[in-house]
Design a protein around this ligand. Sequence first.
Ligand SMILES: Cc1cc2nc3c(=O)[nH]c(=O)nc-3n(C[C@H](O)[C@H](O)[C@H](O)COP(=O)(O)OP(=O)(O)OC[C@H]3O[C@@H](n4cnc5c(N)ncnc54)[C@H](O)[C@@H]3O)c2cc1C
Length: 455
Amino acid sequence: MSAFDGRSAVRDGRSAAASARPGRRMSPGALLTLIGTGAATAAALGFIGAPTPMRLDIPLIAHLAGLLAGYGVVVMVALMSRVPALERGVGADRMARWHGWGGRLVIALILIHGIAATIGWMQLRGLDALSAMVEVIGLPWIGAATVASVMLLGIGYASMRAARRKLGYENWHLIHLATYVAIGLSFPHELAGPDLAGIPVFQVFWSLLYTISFGLLLRYRVLEPLLQFLRHRMRVERVVTEADGVTSIVIRGRHLPELQAESGQFFRWRFLTRTGWRAANPFSLSAPPSEHHLRLTVKAVGESTRAIQTMKVGTRVFAEGPYGAMTEHRRTGSGVLLIAGGVGITPMRALFESLDIDGDQLTLLYRASNEAEIIFRDELEEIAIHRGAHLIYVLGPSADPANAMSGRNLAGWVPDLADRDVYMCASPRFSEAARAGLREAGVSASRVHQEEFAF
Ligand SMILES: Cc1cc2nc3c(=O)[nH]c(=O)nc-3n(C[C@H](O)[C@H](O)[C@H](O)COP(=O)(O)OP(=O)(O)OC[C@H]3O[C@@H](n4cnc5c(N)ncnc54)[C@H](O)[C@@H]3O)c2cc1C
């Protein structure tokens, strides 16, 4: 039963997650093992083709770096393909971080490959660097691969934090799409290069890797969202002002339990208005999903989120998801502390209602600047009473030591903290302070499950 008032997205009574079979999940450890095994196999192709006796010389370094860079591209694409088992098990934020680190590694490997290949050619042909470079670029498919490398360097630069902030999310995303063109340009060189050329088994294996990762991308980023759009026919049913600049959108759709969405997860939402269709912004579910409704709650911070505040009832919605691993599934014990900072309350609000534990083992700690900024106050208090759960507001200036997320304060608010799982959603700065406080209070990092509203 829902402890929610008339605005509830769950007033149908039955939780969608409860009526759906749990989706498959791959753990972060299993994914890393798979990636590592693939990397070892890719490197083995370089060793197999190397002349004997084997020496780690410049040509071998060029081959290994090239193979690992090519394999790295496959991994980068797969990490961003939004495969549900990875989204649920590993989590979108963690994969985005791995994608960021992996992208830098791939670019470094491409540079090593290019430099080592040129030095190898200089040694082989007795040429100076410039002449060797000109000759190498003139070899079949290497011109296109060089253009691809320059493009990837540019995309890597655009993805650096400062450049990305200047560009804005949508422009950065558009530039990032050029990665696919770069991959297309470099692929013939990979097949025609010295490691794979003339060995059909290797070429088929390599092509399969690319086909699988692009197949996953096409399936989960294009086809599934389109099919979902047609099947679930989501529309805005209600628009509710929660606080100044914060609005809830209740969406009605058909067959929603098939989505297997859970509290703690998010979707990428596209509102099909004249201008809104262009942006797909991530927003968490702010209430447990139900048979016919989903609810999101949006704080106005920029162009898209401001437009959402005045969304018209009846607007069609294109939703991609559910994504995110900060769900009930992560829980390792029977006690939970939920920590919410500001608008980070949205997924915590949903978990506060739906976590399957005794109310007296559940505490929500909600940090807001002042009373006026508290969102869902009535709902939270109703849930707390209904479940017998604990609700703690921490209000007031950050400079006040009484409001700090220190180990001492946290342990004072929740005395059995060290035995609890902690779910947290807040700004990066707040999360960092809270993580340090939790460590100090004896909570192991493996029991802290968190989402930041930034990739
Ligand atoms: C997993 C996740 C869950 C979130 N849940 C909520 C929520 O429940 N309620 C809420 O109010 N906010 C939530 N956010 C934040 C919200 O997505 C951004 O505030 C919103 O996208 C900003 O869009 P804008 O055009 O209004 O602002 P802009 O000024 O264009 O963007 C502000 C910042 O938001 C981020 N951003 C913008 N567009 C996107 C995008 N398409 N994808 C990813 N990041 C983007 C960028 O870091 C950007 O710098 C969530 C974010 C993430 C990553």
